[in-house]
Design a binder for this molecule. Structure first.
Ligand SMILES: C[C@](O)(C(=O)O)[C@H](CC(=O)O)C(=O)O
Length: 315
């Protein structure tokens, strides 16, 4: 328990013992997380939209189950337990009992923070139209259930209340909901779909001193301010869901098109990479490098240290 709680305690300290912006690149799978860890990010964000796309090949329409999300969030948390992960928990997947149960599973998986929202369980991405909300009492019960689960496990989990009410119910109702959530035990707040800089500044000012999160989705409703601006606008946490996925999508398309049309895959490769296999071990971005990114040498070292024979003939 103590080791698992370390990331949550660290996130809590980042939030309440410093005034730096917590910069969270959106990750959805092992590769995106490993790349962000390699680049030295101090935090990660597990995007539910990205998880729906990468794990299910489906849009963000409330199709990922609690099991899908717990499994992905736990895997991502385990890659480097010194880097706190904030994870999307959508609506919590049911009534208070289910919310508490799912939050416990997130905590036990090593998640440091999560955001829990007020959409109906048949939810959709916050940047799509036609969203429906639960009433305030139902939302508050979800937050209370999350807080209760946190207390039951003695965890430092950071609970971030998210409202999707802005588009259909307006700014004042959205703020009322977030204030009620803070009253019920949320540590930070997330106003989904905020539409311009003026609204951003007003939001952080009205919610102060509660820390606010900004969601910067490529192609979404919110202007893509940079980290410096987000901080100046009063935000404490910024998430960039699907940012790398957008780039990966374009690269996949290019390579798939080339393979289909020419029967070969060379797009974006260096001359060396295009060569025959004898230098395979040195190829940058080749399979060996990807395994290395994911801890190949560390696995071999661990096996040896434990007296295992698995890699005695080398790898
Ligand atoms: C933040 C979000 O919940 C996510 O799953 O990452 C999504 C982002 C997206 O759809 O790209 C959201 O609803 O804003």
């Amino acid at each position: 328990m103590a080791v698992i709680n370390q990331a949550a305690a660290k996130l809590r300290a980042q939030l309440f013992e410093s005034d730096d912006l917590i910069v969270c690149p959106g990750v959805q799978d092992g590769l995106s997380a490993r790349v962000c860890l390699q680049q030295g990010f101090k935090n990660l964000y597990m995007t539910g939209a990205g998880t729906a796309i990468s794990l299910l090949g489906m849009p963000d329409l409330g199709l990922t189950t609690a099991d899908d999300m717990v499994r992905q969030a736990s895997m991502l948390s385990s890659l480097d337990r010194s880097v706190p992960l904030i994870a999307d928990i959508d609506t919590g997947f049911g009534g208070p009992v289910m919310v508490a149960r799912t939050v416990e599973r997130y905590i036990l998986g090593g998640v440091a923070g999560l955001h829990l929202e007020d959409q109906v369980t048949t939810k959709r991405c916050g940047h799509l139209g036609g969203k429906e909300m639960v009433d305030v009492a139902t939302f508050v019960a979800r937050i209370r259930a999350a807080r209760e689960a946190r207390e039951r496990l003695g965890s430092d989990l950071v609970i971030i209340a998210r409202t999707d009410a802005l588009q259909s119910m307006g700014f004042d109702e959205a703020l009322t909901r977030l204030k009620a959530a803070v009253e019920a035990g949320a540590d930070a707040v997330f106003l989904e779909g905020v539409k311009d800089r003026e609204q951003m500044a007003k939001f952080t000012k009205e919610m102060a001193p509660t820390p606010c999160l900004i969601n910067l989705v490529p192609g979404g409703l919110t202007p893509l301010v940079n980290a410096k601006e987000a901080k100046e606008l009063g935000y404490r946490i910024a998430i960039w869901p699907c940012f790398a996925m957008t780039h990966a999508y374009v690269a996949y398309q290019k390579a798939a098109k080339e393979l289909l049309e020419t029967g070969a895959v060379t797009a974006g490769f260096t001359e060396k990479q295009k060569g025959e296999g004898e230098n395979a071990e040195q190829v940058p971005g080749g399979i060996r490098e990807l395994f290395e990114l994911c801890g190949l040498s560390k696995c071999v070292e661990f096996d040896n240290k434990m007296g295992g024979q698995t890699f005695s003939k080398g790898v």
